[in-house]
Design a binder for this molecule. Sequence first.
Ligand code: 13P
Length: 252
Amino acid sequence: MRRPIIAGNWKMHKTSAEARRLITDLKQLVGGAQVEVVVCPPFTALAAAVAAAAGSNISVGAQDIFWEDEGAYTGEISGPMLKELGCRYCIIGHSERRQYFGETNATVKKKVQAAFRSELTPIVCVGETLAEREAGQTLEVCRRQVEEGLGDLTPEQVARLVVAYEPVWAIGTGKNATGEDAQEAIGYIRERLAAMYGREAADKCRIQYGGSVKPENIAEFMARPDIDGALVGGASLDPISFAAIVNTAAED
Ligand code: 13P
């Protein structure tokens, strides 16, 4: 039985003071939820977020990681640094990083290895663009991202991994995928993982849907057999809407 996981990707929003306030409010609202709750603030607010979340069931994740543990890489942040701060998760390969910062399946793969080296759980994002969907390439794009970005892992690592299927056209547009479309892609991703690492590991891997998730549509995704939660952008910036998503997912 996979434990659902709802993660909030705050992107480039919230100062440390704002992070502290949001998490303090969130703690009151998601008390005993039966789902794993993760917040991913910007690097600068991670320490404040970890302190604010202490003693609650809210975990903290970073939005990126560099693939080396230390060295002359100006501006980068490594796994040991994130681990020391108290992070447990790390988003890798978000479509905005692929689009604006040149990330590829090859860099995703190196970052996934780095996260596991530092005992951080990667949340690896995959998903097609609108042009790719319209060209009927959705599953092919997901296949490549999974095979190239998630190669050379052990079955044990795959069992701990989180994958987020985020169709690029659904991110920040208010236009979410249907539960049926998301299930099709996510079921396919699980089959690819089973082909690569065995059924047992693939069945343990949690796969989220992301893209315009709101309190009103989370149930549609949670009802699908292969969807284990959500990666939430905009709606995670408000404690009431994020808590509503978490608590609805917990009812499922
Ligand atoms: P929105 O929920 O704002 O569409 O963002 C989704 C996302 O990119 C989460 O990583």
